[in-house]
Design a protein around this ligand. Structure first.
Ligand code: NZQ
Ligand code: ZN
Length: 394
């Protein structure tokens, strides 16, 4: 097991009617900016409950943060933050609103001319941020208890991730009842995203970390078991609660401690979103199975472990041949699972031409200096050539 440090400072408040806890958690004298998206919180009661709990605090609002939050939109909030002296950000919504809020928290303290500079690597991430917290309404990203954020820039069709320990939410409220109103597509996207987060921290190569492996496998098994139930019973509280907790646990930093990580599926998937507007979860469902086949030799030991332990797959063949058979079947099982949730695993399912996407996206990675020797993934060997092959196969 590798050396590591672990600190997750976000307080989680979980369960029914917990939005009322805002009354105790948000500093009494805070000047609050409520951030939200396209209006789902106004339809499902989250907005009303939050406003009620905030009571007499001074509250301003900034709505319209879109899925795959845009830099162009988020920077518009800086004016009101400055003018009104906002000193606390409260995100109401899914991962996009929260990621946008994290970006705003840093941008508000950035001294340079253009806050995009710290997204694209031209400048350092600011060493100060406004405090923020969240009421999460979509289990998927883990953003509610991590320090990541992903921002898109419309004008250049780019999507970049950032990280700063300053933007862990001070607290996150997770009320599973807020997720009852999720469209089936978003519920399914969230399950796939959670699944792939787990895989990015598990499906690499064997490392002596039996506990981390079993944590990951328990998350995967839970998703495979609970996912189909929620598609059939969207108002099942216990299943909603399970999925919400599962998504948090998949990307709060715990399961990756001491083990190698991949993240190539996310890297490539972000480009599918940036160029073609494919939802984040959908992009991952397309890329990951192709990436596994492309990297089969390097990943087959872990694929076989996954197939055996998570899917219960067995082979009549002996030795390595048997392991390989299970590894191949495990990829097929994963594709079937995503498809069963209504998430297509091929680019044609989104009306995107695979050859064109492969060309465009591999060129972009090439222009950023990626190579097969200094590339993506746990072995840093996924360069433009491999990315092209992966996408062509989808
Ligand atoms: O905008 P509103 O009206 O709120 O509607 C949203 C949006 O249209 C809707 N929605 C959210 N909660 C709802 C609801 N509709 C009804 N009832 C509810 N309870 O769902 C739509 C999608 O929301 P979004 O926030 O975009 O989804 P998600 O949480 O999946 O976030 C995706 C973003 O997170 C990034 C992705 O790249 C993408 O930009 N990620 C962030 C990560 C992180 N911070 O750690 C890691 C992830 O890998 C991911 O990259
Ligand atoms: Zn993700």
């Amino acid at each position: 097991m590798r050396n590591f440090s672990f600190l997750n400072p976000t307080k989680l408040i979980f369960g029914k009617n917990t939005i009322s806890e805002l009354a105790n958690e948000v500093p009494q004298n805070a000047k609050v900016l409520l951030t939200y998206g396209g209006g789902s919180i106004k339809k499902n009661g989250v907005y009303e409950s939050a406003k009620k709990a905030l009571g007499s605090r001074v509250v301003f609002e900034f709505g319209g943060i879109e899925p795959n939050p845009r830099y162009e939109t988020c920077v518009k909030s800086l004016e009101i933050i400055k003018k009104e002296g906002i000193d606390f950000l409260l995100s109401l919504g899914g991962g996009s609103v929260l990621d946008g809020t994290k970006f705003i928290a840093l941008a508000a303290k950035y001294n340079g001319a253009d806050s995009w500079d710290f997204m694209c690597g031209k400048a350092k991430t600011p060493n100060e941020a406004l405090p923020l917290a969240s009421v999460l309404t979509l289990p998927a990203t883990g953003s509610e208890s991590n320090a990541n954020f992903v921002i898109s820039r419309d004008s250049t069709q780019e999507k970049f991730g950032g990280w700063s320990p300053l933007i862990y939410p001070k607290f996150s409220i997770l009320d599973p009842e807020t997720t009852f109103t999720l469209p089936t597509k978003q519920t399914a996207n969230g399950i796939v995203d959670t699944f792939v987060h787990t895989m990015e921290q598990y499906l690499t190569y064997p490392e002596y970390a039996p506990l981390q492996d079993r944590w990951a496998e328990s998350i995967l098994t839970t998703l495979i078991e609970q996912g189909p139930i929620i598609i059939e019973q969207p108002n099942n509280y216990d299943v909603r609660a399970t999925l919400m907790w599962t998504a948090t646990m998949a990307l709060n930093g715990l399961i990756s401690r001491g083990v190698p990580e991949d993240w190539a599926t996310h890297g490539i998937g972000h480009e599918l979103t940036a160029f073609y507007g494919i939802d984040h979860g959908q992009s991952l469902a397309v890329v990951m199975p192709g990436l596994w086949r492309n990297q089969f030799e390097k990943k087959k030991a872990k694929l076989a472990q996954y197939g055996h332990r998570v899917w219960g797959l067995l082979s009549h063949k002996k030795g390595q041949e048997g392991h390989d058979e299970i590894a191949v079947l495990a990829i097929e099982k994963t594709e079937e699972f995503f498809e069963s949730l209504g998430v297509p695993t091929k680019l044609s399912g989104y009306g995107v031409n695979a050859t064109e996407a492969a060309e465009k996206i591999s060129k972009r990675f090439e222009s950023r200096g990626l190579t097969s020797e200094k590339g993506l993934g746990e072995n840093a060997c996924i360069g433009p050539k491999e990315i092209k092959e992966i996408l062509e196969s989808r």
